[in-house]
Design a binder for this molecule. Structure first.
Ligand code: ASP
Ligand code: MG
Length: 442
């Protein structure tokens, strides 16, 4: 279909100015059919995670405090978008008209009331199900504000509830897509919109879906990119664009790396590798549907929408002479040894991998010697404690915390020096295209 699929992340809609900027970007594509996928505003998902934690802990005071903070944050944005006219009592300006009450406000209040009603009850479901029920409100708030604002700007926008588009199983917090059902729903709802009304704008929530019982599910943190890919795939579009606060995909994260370089073109294969090694620029699940349907992924800056950005596509041959750097902080290196100093054999490995799989521990780097097998993994305190106690039942365990893992793709000597100079490297592992360096932070 000839539809632009645009995903706007939390950073692009973290203020009234951000929301206005979205409208400015859409104006550059005037007349085109567009499907918009919107994340929760700013750091809303983190705030909802905190609210959930207080809810599960039964800490009503902190929960209520966070709830009102979040409500204020959204109402402040809504008020700035539809300001009250001074001296006119309760009147607001909307699309050149004054209205007593813009429908955005009761709409938004309804959602906050719904959330409050949930939080008033004691949790009956498990943590993950409660997570999806509560945290999914972030995207409902943001799309409500965006919808009313864009409509007020005179854009031909129709909103869709992502829970009626994206069908998933009931693996809460990491729901798997039911592609058949999703495809059908998209055909029924979006095809109708875009085929009958060229130049329409559809708008929906990223990150969320629903299970066969109609319960809200989420696709994993940062899952809105994936939503955009799912919609793009089901509509067989040519391109999906992710609007970000960086000029495109950079060869390192500017938060820790001075003067990163923008990559103009990237192969899907490389993007998968980067995501696998921990680059957070693209959600790992996003690539597969795009590659399968030969859809180009564009990563562009919402601050400079006229600039080129990065293109990610299927490329048979792709060469790069710029090293790409990935840093993972807060790592732990766990060395696992048979108790009797016997060799690490297949049975040991199979037992170790079974435990890793059961506890969902991802080994970022693995290395083995005759008498020990080591893994470097994220230092998630709860998980690591469990992992170590499980492993200790059969093995001798040593572990080393306070580490960082640097991965360099397409490395050269200069790139390695740039990372290791002045640092204490405790493990180095090289393949032809990739080097891993684990360093001790002192
Ligand atoms: N709001 C969700 C998150 O922050 C999903 C997303 O932004 O992609 O993880
Ligand atoms: Mg986000």
């Amino acid at each position: 279909m000839n539809v632009e699929v645009f995903k706007f992340g939390g950073a692009s809609v973290n203020s009234a100015e951000g929301v206005r900027n979205v409208a400015r970007i859409l104006d550059l594509y005037k007349g085109k059919s567009m499907m918009l996928v919107i994340s929760a505003m700013g750091k809303t998902t983190n705030a909802l995670e905190r609210i959930l934690q207080h809810y599960m802990d039964g800490d009503a005071v902190s929960m209520v405090e966070e709830y009102y903070k979040l409500r204020d944050f959204h109402l402040t944005i809504a008020n700035a978008l539809f300001p009250l006219i001074p001296d006119e009592g309760a009147e607001r300006v909307s699309a050149g008209r004054t209205v007593d009450e813009h429908p955005l406000f009761p709409d938004l209040e309804n959602l906050f009331d719904e959330l409050r009603a949930i939080l008033k009850q004691t949790p009956t479901a498990g943590y993950d199900e409660c997570y999806d029920h509560i945290v999914s409100y972030g995207e409902l708030f943001s799309t409500t504000i965006l919808y009313h604002f864009l409509e007020g700007e005179g854009l031909p926008v129709t909103r869709f509830d992502a829970r009626k588009l994206i069908s998933t199983d009931s693996s809460f917090r990491d729901a798997r897509v039911d592609w058949k059902k999703t495809q059908l729903a998209i055909q029924k709802q979006l095809f109708t919109l875009f085929q009958d009304h060229k130049g329409s704008i559809g708008l929906t929530q990223g990150f969320i879906g629903s299970d066969p019982d109609g319960r809200s599910t989420t696709l994993g943190r940062e899952g809105s990119d994936f939503t955009a890919a799912i919609l793009g795939y089901c509509m067989r579009v040519k391109e999906v664009t992710i609007w970000k606060d960086v000029p495109g995909i950079l060869n390192a994260d500017p938060k820790w790396f001075d003067n990163p370089v923008k990559l103009d073109l990237l192969s899907f294969l490389e993007a998968v590798e980067l995501a696998y090694f921990g680059a957070t620029v693209i959600h790992p699940k996003t690539i597969k549907p795009l590659e399968n349907a030969n859809i180009t992924l564009l990563v562009k800056s919402f601050l400079h929408p006229e600039e080129e950005g990065t293109k990610v596509k299927s490329l048979q041959e792709w060469k790069i002479d710029i090293p790409i750097f990935i840093r993972k902080q807060n790592q732990v290196l766990i060395s696992i040894m048979p108790r009797d100093f016997s060799f690490v054999v297949e049975q040991n490995l199979s037992q170790i991998f079974t435990i890793l799989a059961q506890l969902h521990v991802k080994a970022n780097v693995m290395q083995n010697s005759a008498i020990s097998f080591s893994i470097c993994t994220d230092n998630d305190q709860k998980k690591i404690k469990l992992l170590i106690s499980e492993l200790q039942k059969s093995f001798e365990i040593r572990f080393n915390e306070g580490l960082e893992l640097y991965t360099i793709r397409h490395y050269n000597d200069g790139a390695i020096q740039r990372i290791i100079s002045g640092k204490n490297v405790i493990l180095e592992q090289k393949t032809r295209n990739t080097i891993h360096l684990i360093v001790q932070i002192t």
